[in-house]
Design a protein around this ligand. Sequence first.
Ligand code: NAD
Length: 395
Amino acid sequence: MQVSVLKETAPGERRVALVPETVAKLRAAGLDVVIETGAGEGAWFTDDSYADAGATVGSRADALAAEVVLMVGKPDQAAVAAFRPGQVIIGLLAPLTDPDLAAGLAAAGVTALSLDMIPRTLPRAQPMDALSSQANIAGYKAAVLAAAEYGRFFPLLITAAGTARPARVLVLGTGVAGLQAIGTARRLGALVSAYDVRPETRTEAESVGATFIELSSVGPASGAGGYARDLSEDERMAQQQELAGHIARHDIIITTAQVPGRRPPVLVTDDALKAMAAGSVIVDMGASELGGNVAGSVPGEKVVTESGVTIIGASGLASSMAAAASSMYARNISALLLYLVKDGALALDGEDELQAGVIITADGAIVHPALSPAHENPAAGDPAAGDTASQGPTA
Ligand code: NAD
C-alpha cells in the first residue's frame, strides 16, 4: 500500500505530516512512502533525509495519487479536485468548523479521517492525540514568547545592582496548552496563577505550580467530553468583570480558552486592558480571524495599546516550532495509520469506537454523527464560526 505526504500549502504552515524517523517505521510495517518534493523543508527535514529513511521523493501529482494521503492541515481546493473515489486522506480537517470541506471530500468519494475528531479519552487513542501534542508545543512557545517580549525578568533576581521581583503570570484556560504554559513560566521562575471555567482543572493547574483563581460570579461550566460549554451572555459579562481585577494585578497574561466549534470567548476586555500596567504583555492563543480571548488582538500580529500593553495574537505557535511539532504530529498520524493497517492494507471498521470517531466521510457521504444535520452541531447557529475557528487548542 502506498502512503504519501503532501507539502502543506496554507500560508505560514511549516509543519510536515511525516518525519524521516516515522517513514522508517512505516516502511518496516511494509508500507511504501512517497514524499512530495520539499514537503519537509519548512521543518528542516531534507528530501535526502526522507530518501535515506526509505521514502520515494516525488512530485505533487505523485503524492496526490497515493492510496492514502497524509497531511497536517486541510487540503487546498486543487488537492480536493485531484482526489479520486476510494482514496483515504488523513489530517487535521476541522470538520466541525468547516463542513464545506467535509462535503467536498464526500462528493469526491474520498474516505476522510480527521485527527482532531479522535476520541481523546480512549486510552488507545492517546498516542494519536494530535490536538494535545500540538497544544503542548503551543503552550510552551506562548510562555517563551511572553518572556522574550516582557521588558523585565521572569525569575526573582538578587544582584549587586538590586533585586528584581519575579514576574506575575496569569494563565486563562488550563487545558493542555494552558498547563504547559504554566509549567514553562514556572520553570522560568515566574509566579503563576491560573483560571478555568472547569473547576476540575484546579488540581492539574496546581500540580504544575499555579495558584488557582476561583471566581465567585461564574459557576462551573464543564461541557461534554471534558470541554467547556459556551457561557450565557450574563455569565460572560460577570466573568469578564471579575477577571478584570485579577488581570490588573498581573504582568503577563496567557490566554488559551476555547469552546469547540465556537468563537473563542473574550476574557480580557478593553476595560481590563486599560487597568493593566504599561509594559504588561498578553499572549492570546485564542486569536483567530473571528476574534480571540483578548479585545483588539490580531492573529499573527503584535499590537501595543495606547496604555502600553503589548498583545501578541499568537496563532500558529505549533508551526513556529515546526521540527518538534512535525515530529510529534508524525508519531500521532503514524500511530493511527498503523492501527488501521492489517497485513499491509487498510482495514477500516466503523464499528470500532476509535475509528468511528475519526472517519468523517466514506462511500461518497458524510458519515460522522456529529456532522449529520440531526446532530446539534456546535458550529451551527453561530454564523461566525467559519473555517478559521479552531476546534481545539491553537495549533
Ligand atoms: P480546549 O483547547 O478546548 O480549551 C482550553 C481551555 O479553555 C479548557 O480547559 C477550557 O475549559 C477553557 N475555557 C473555555 N472557555 C473558557 C472560559 N470562558 N473561561 C475560562 N476558560 C475557558 O481544551 P483542551 O486543551 O483541548 O482540553 C480539553 C479537555 O480534553 C480537557 O479536559 C483535557 O483534560 C481533555 N483531554 C483529555 C485527554 C485524555 O483523557 N487523555 C487528552 C487530552 C485532553
